[in-house]
Design a protein around this ligand. Structure first.
Ligand SMILES: [Zn+2]
Length: 200
């Protein structure tokens, strides 16, 4: 659900200025690279309703109809995202999530979600009007499905140096190590190559 064949991940820029796309494996985790709690607040990109609308366009959600996003949806999106970060980090650490974070996630999911529709051409879309709360509910429901589903133990942090991106490893062998091959994967390859050349 909520997937499109054309989706290739959220556009990001690495610390060294490289543009690449990051596919965290599930809609519910696509909010994470927009910022986060604690030290991640310096990477915040959700400041205005327009910022949230842009994220919808970058996500695997079908962006049509364009959701009616209000000012109140921005702090709600940040709160949901930060709760998801903490729940995911707890899961990675083998710890239980905080009650407050589960409450935030469950409250978002309790709102009515986007309603899928099929068009004359067989293409999927959403019933109009679509609201910000519906978008966040759909994200929260997807996150719950991941956290309780077959990939619940496949939540990982990128193995790259100084990379904290979180994803769900939905690969068949379950050995995904990187946020993106063209970012941390390649940097690792280059470093391993140099280490071999210098005989380390
Ligand atoms: Zn990475």
């Amino acid at each position: 659900m909520a997937g499109t064949a054309t989706h290739h991940g959220i556009p990001l820029r690495s610390g060294s200025g490289l543009s690449y796309r990051f596919d965290p494996g599930a809609l519910g985790f696509e909010l994470l690279p927009t910022g986060g709690p604690d030290w991640m607040a310096r990477y915040e990109v959700l400041h205005t309703p327009e910022d949230l609308r842009r994220w919808v366009g970058q996500s695997r959600l079908d962006p049509t109809p364009e959701p009616e996003i209000g000012a109140e949806d921005v702090p709600a999106a940040r709160a949901l995202r930060d709760a998801l970060w903490r729940i995911g980090l707890a899961r990675v650490a083998g710890e239980g999530p905080a009650d407050a974070d589960l409450a935030t996630l469950n409250a978002a999911a309790a709102r009515p979600p986007l309603v899928p529709v099929i068009g004359q051409d067989g293409a999927a879309g959403w019933a109009a009007p679509a609201t910000g709360a519906q978008v966040l509910s759909t994200v929260a429901r997807d996150a719950i499905a991941v956290l309780t589903g077959p990939y619940a133990d496949r939540i990982r942090i990128c193995s790259g140096d100084n990379c904290a991106l979180m994803y769900v490893d939905t690969s068949r062998p379950g050995r995904r190590r990187w946020c993106a091959m063209e970012n941390c994967g390649n940097r690792h390859k280059v470093r391993a190559h140099r280490a071999r050349q210098s005989g380390e």
